[in-house]
Design a protein around this ligand. Structure first.
Ligand code: G16
Length: 558
């Protein structure tokens, strides 16, 4: 470290820390107004070098604030297998981000000592990706300054979706076994799996995509090229399939995540602005960095129907589970991970189908960890983040069933194994991925010959409402591990219990957001009116008890 002291200090002068801000490594890394983040970016470049020295392989950094408004930005570290940064390094990230410029080298030294990092360990390369925000490219270069202060190298992956960056890191660290570590390799892997599952006929009806004016919008046509032009295999150029996807909110006019995108559609429970939505068509919506997806349509009478992360979870879990049972792997476990935001009807539906469901706190890092407890875990958040995680030994058993010469009586088993092998290749196992999950949904609907309306009918969502409340300091609210109850302030939980108690079959909880400066409120009840009344009642209580600022949330009945 001493060897690099001068360079690190020089960099710190170029990227000085702002006074009076405390940064927190939240649900998905640091998120802030972009004008407050330059020093954090530089410092995360430095920390990524230490993480890479510790793991002795490549790590990545993604510059994005995902669903947040365009003036925000953020950064998160990506671990060697393309997963979120391991939780015990989050405090290191927070310390490195918050120390003064003068303390920076000493703080890094402390991390290195605590983690017993061998200073001589060489780093191959740090992979950096960024989204379409105006500040993002500049931040990628601030991160590069951090890496280069240690005389290490970066690979600038350029403007990519968050899941693509995760994929690249895993591809590099598995020497291409997971997939060729290039953007092209990503499209080829998905394209090939899509062709194997859907054949040359592909899918005959188009899907309409709300690109949230973000990076996903520009990647859809690229993905389609690989599917429709048979470019999904270097060896064979004859693997043409068929998929049409028309993108609105493609960034040519609108503002990122502004009245569009998965978060807007979920919270407002209405279609995005910038898209003509008509009955009889199938729509989906991405968020700004394309790690979330949800589907929607409108009924004949114009009623809006949302198929959120829970519905996608069920489509995938049920399909997988049915084929999985044909494999007869008695000791292997299969389960679904949800968060407290999962609609009560979705959990009930899964239980009735005999699928095990467990709860985890909000955040990809938590649901992924929980899913890893199963041999096959489907982990989904209602907001549209989700994927499938398969243990290596289970993956090998599936491949063995798929490739083995089986007796004619075992044909169903072999067919199911083949479907699952290809389906697993279609899923981005690192993190929720809008592009890959769009292909997953399209494929399952196609194989099951289901329309979006038929899919929606699998269960009726309990009416629900989500609200955000601004408070002076959201960290005053502490919840239980599963986020269903408030521990502090105790008076807040008592007040929520009273409000919930007077509405039959209702549920409500609150928690501080880890990506936005707000407290999130969720409520569920038998009717929309009751869910709204409860949500606004709870939001008002949060405002009163937890130091609300600005306007108090109030239900305006038209
Ligand atoms: C991130 C995380 C998600 C989480 C979401 C909201 O999503 O990756 O797992 O559900 O934040 O978190 P919170 O409620 O703590 O603000 P994204 O799409 O913003 O990266």
């Amino acid at each position: 470290m001493e060897k690099h002291r001068k360079k690190i200090e020089f960099g710190a002068r170029q990227h000085p820390k702002l006074e009076g801000i405390t940064y927190n490594y939240g649900t998905a890394g640091f998120r802030e107004k972009a004008d407050k983040l330059d020093a954090v970016m530089y410092r995360m470049g430095l920390l990524a070098v230490l993480r890479s020295k510790k793991t002795k392989v490549e790590v990545g950094l993604m510059v994005t604030a995902s669903h947040n408004p365009v003036e925000d930005n953020g950064v998160k570290l990506v671990d060697p297998m393309g997963l979120m940064l391991t939780e015990n390094w989050e405090p290191h990230a927070t310390h490195v981000a918050n120390c003064s410029d003068l303390e920076l080298v000493d703080t890094l030294q402390r991390v290195a000592a605590e983690e017993q990092i061998d200073a001589k360990q060489k780093v191959n390369v740090i992979i950096i990706g960024y989204d379409t925000r105006p500040s993002s490219k500049r931040f990628a270069s601030s991160i590069q300054d951090g890496v280069e202060a240690f005389d290490e190298q970066v690979f600038q992956a350029g403007c990519v979706t968050t899941p693509q960056l995760h994929y690249l890191v895993r591809g590099l660290n598995t020497q291409g076994v997971y997939g060729d570590a290039t953007e092209e390799g990503y499209y080829m892997k998905l394209g090939l799996a899509f062709w194997k599952l859907n054949g040359s006929q592909g899918i005959q009806t188009p899907v309409y995509v709300d690109g949230a004016n973000g990076v996903g919008a520009e990647k859809v046509p690229k993905l389609l090229k690989y599917i429709n032009e048979g470019k999904c295999s270097r060896a064979h150029f004859d693997k043409k399939s068929h998929l049409q996807a028309f993108v609105s909110n493609d960034g040519s006019q609108g503002i990122l995540n502004d009245r569009c995108g998965a978060d807007y559609v979920k919270i407002k429970q209405k279609p995005p602005v910038g898209m003509d939505v008509i009955h009889g068509k199938r729509y989906c919506t991405f968020d700004g960095d394309a790690d979330r997806i949800m589907y929607f349509y409108v009924e004949k009478d114009g009623a809006f129907k949302l198929l959120d992360g829970d519905k996608i979870c069920i489509l995938l879990a049920e399909f997988f589970f049915e084929h999985w049972q044909h494999l007869e792997l008695p000791r292997a476990t299969f389960g679904v991970v949800q968060t407290a935001y999962a609609n009560g009807s979705s959990t009930k539906y899964l239980n009735e189908k005999g699928i095990r469901v467990v709860l985890a706190p909000t955040g990809v890092k938590h649901i992924t960890k929980k899913a890893e407890e199963f041999d096959v875990g489907v982990a989904y958040e209602a907001n549209g983040h989700g994927n499938l995680i398969v243990k290596e030994k289970t993956w090998n058993s599936i491949i063995a069933c798929s490739r083995k010469r089986l007796r004619p009586t075992d044909r169903q088993k072999a067919r199911s194994a083949e479907v699952l092998e290809n389906l697993i290749n279609l899923v981005n196992q690192c993190v929720g991925d809008a592009l890959s999950n769009m292909l997953v949904v399209e494929t399952i609907l196609n194989l099951r010959k289901l329309t979006i309306e038929e899919w929606a009918k699998c269960y009726d969502d309990l009416p629900n409402r989500q609200l955000k409340v601004k408070v002076r300091d959201r960290s005053v609210i502490k919840t239980t591990w599963d986020e269903t109850k408030v521990i502090e302030p105790a008076a807040l939980q008592r007040a929520i219990d009273v409000l919930v108690g007077v509405i039959p079959c209702a549920r409500s909880f609150v928690r501080p957001s880890g990506t936005e400066d707000c407290v999130r409120v969720y409520s569920e009840a038998e009717t929309q009116e009751l869910a709204d009344t409860l949500a606004y009642g709870v939001a008002g209580t949060v405002y009163d008890i937890a130091g609300g600022v600005g306007e108090k949330p109030q239900l305006h009945i038209p």
